[in-house]
Write a protein that binds this ligand. Sequence first.
Ligand code: ADP
Ligand code: MG
Length: 204
Amino acid sequence: MTARGRFVSFEGIDGAGKSTQIAFVENWLRGRGVDVLLTREPGGTPLGESLREMILHQPMQPRTETLLMFAARCEHVLTVIEPALAAGRWVLCDRFTDATFAYQAGGRGIPEADVATLARWVHPGLQPELTVLFDIEPAIAAARLARAQRSDRFEAEQRDFFTRVREHYLARARAEPQRFVVVDTSQDKPLVQARLVDTIGRLL
Ligand SMILES: Nc1ncnc2c1ncn2[C@@H]1O[C@H](COP(=O)(O)OP(=O)(O)O)[C@@H](O)[C@H]1O
Ligand SMILES: [Mg+2]
C-alpha cells in the first residue's frame, strides 16, 4: 500500500511571494527525490482555471465570489488533490481554504461561519498538514506588484482590504500554531528560502 502523500499549502496576500517561493520549494523537493504536484487556487483543473478567469476579472457579488471559489475547490479536491495524495504524491498548493477565510470573510465581510460550512461540505476531513503563511506589510507587497505591473480584481484592492486579509491570516495562524508556520517575506529571497528549507525539511 502506498503511503498517503503530504499536503502543504502556501498563503499570504497578493505580492507576498507565494508563486516565487513555491517554485523554489518544488525544485528543492524534486532534488530530494520527492514526487511533487504543484497546483494553485482558484484553479488547478480546466474548470477551475476557467472559474479563476471569471473570479479575477469579472465584477461579482462577494457571495458569488465565495461560491465560485468553493466550486473551483470542489473540482480541484476531488479530481486532483485527493487522487494525488492517495497516490503518495506531495501536493503543494498555492492558496487553499485559509485564503477564503482571509479574503472573502476578512476582506469582503462574508460571515466566517458560512465559509466554515462550505469548507465542511466541500472537503470534509481534508486540511493541509502544513500551511506556510508568507507575511508582509501590504505596502511592501503593493510596491513589488507595481514593479511587476499586475492587476486583477484582488490586486486592485486598496491597502485597508489587504490589511484586513493579513490580519485574518495572522489570526488563523495564531489559532492553529501546530499547522501554520509564518515566514516574514519582507526579507531577501535567500533568507526566505533558508527558512523554507528548514520548515519543509522537517516533513522529510
Ligand atoms: N523576498 C523578495 N524580495 C523582493 N522581491 C520579491 C521577494 N519575493 C518575491 N518578490 C517579487 O515580488 C513580486 C510578487 O511575488 P509573487 O511570488 O508573484 O507573489 P504572490 O504569488 O504571493 O502574489 C514578484 O515580482 C517577485 O519577483
Ligand atoms: Mg502568485
